[in-house]
Design a protein around this ligand. Structure first.
Ligand SMILES: NC(=O)c1ccc[n+]([C@@H]2O[C@H](COP(=O)([O-])OP(=O)(O)OC[C@H]3O[C@@H](n4cnc5c(N)ncnc54)[C@H](OP(=O)(O)O)[C@@H]3O)[C@@H](O)[C@H]2O)c1
Length: 259
């Protein structure tokens, strides 16, 4: 047979090409099957976090969903995801998560966990509650990002998605209200910019994204979006991110939001 191929160079070339293309396609098939992208989502037991977990898992991602109380996270446990404990305000809990994930590459971190105390007037402010809001919504994402940065550096995706709010826009704040929450998200936006400047040269994309007004426990029943709509729109934006989007503040529809 080899003699025959040498005698007919065009047949030899075709045979060689088909062998090479078989090897490449077999290899890339193996690679994509073995290396599904991995996303870690905080506050994944309800609301937007649960919907992110549901959609990414349905799409074939390896999903790590965190919950403060995994034993009570029934809807999250029912999905094809890995469930780990995490309270973003508790350093021991953050360290335990990082320990459990040692040497595991992560392609994307979604800092989603948050609280929204409705404090409308200055006289209603409790400084303890105010600091708690900053702790969950601002220091929380910072703690988690710090703890998982080596996992993210080892991953190919290099995306850090901070779920912010339109209420964190300083430019957009013309009517006041929501002391604490607004500051916590404005500071989260600034954290996103700082992170983007530091990590952009390594190929990271850090994004602050506003999910819209969504009917979760936080958004309440009168919201104009349901979680599946908001999350699929945010996933579209996240999917299309390029280096130019590093350090930007966008709506769930991908529109820029004024800082
Ligand atoms: N819904 C909206 O209209 C809207 C609008 C703008 C921005 N957002 C932002 O979107 C994100 C998700 O909101 P959501 O509407 O899904 O809220 P949600 O339904 O109230 O869910 C909040 C999630 O955060 C978790 N969480 C709270 N404190 C935590 C802590 N210390 N450690 C770890 N997890 C904690 C909760 O866990 P537990 O169940 O244990 O409490 C829950 O899983 C938040 O960052 C929020 O600010 C929402």
């Amino acid at each position: 047979m080899s003699l025959n191929l040498i005698a007919h160079p065009s047949v030899f070339c075709a045979a060689l090409l088909s062998l090479v293309s078989f090897a490449v396609s077999a290899d890339s098939h193996e690679t994509s099957a073995a290396k599904a992208s991995t996303v870690l989502i905080t506050g994944a037991n309800r609301g937007l976090g649960l919907e992110f977990a549901r959609q990414y898992a349905a799409d074939g991602w390896q999903v790590i969903g965190t919950a403060r109380s995994p034993e009570r996270a029934d809807e999250l446990n029912a999905l094809d995801v890995e469930v780990l404990q995490l309270d973003v305000t508790n350093q021991a809990s953050v360290d335990a998560l990082a320990g459990a994930l040692a040497n595991r590459p992560l392609d994307m971190l979604i800092n989603n966990a948050g609280i929204f105390p409705r404090v409308r007037k200055l006289e209603e402010v409790s400084i303890d509650d105010y600091l708690r809001t900053l702790d969950v919504n601002t220091a929380g994402p910072m703690r988690v990002t710090m703890a998982l940065i080596s996992n993210l550096r080892a991953g190919a995706g290099k995306k850090i998605i901070n779920i912010t709010s339109g209420l964190g826009s300083i430019a957009g704040n013309t009517r006041g209200t929501y002391y604490g929450y607004r500051e916590s998200k404005a500071a989260l936006n600034m954290f996103t910019r700082t992170l983007a400047a530091e990590l952009g040269p390594e190929g990271f994309i850090a994004l602050a994204i506003h999910p819209g007004w969504v009917a979760t426990d936080m958004g309440g029943p009168n919201a104009n979006l349901q979680p599946p709509e908001s999350v699929s729109a945010m996933r579209r934006v996240i999917d299309r991110l390029t280096a130019e989007d590093n350090g930007t503040y966008k709506s769930y529809q991908g529109e820029p939001v004024d800082w």
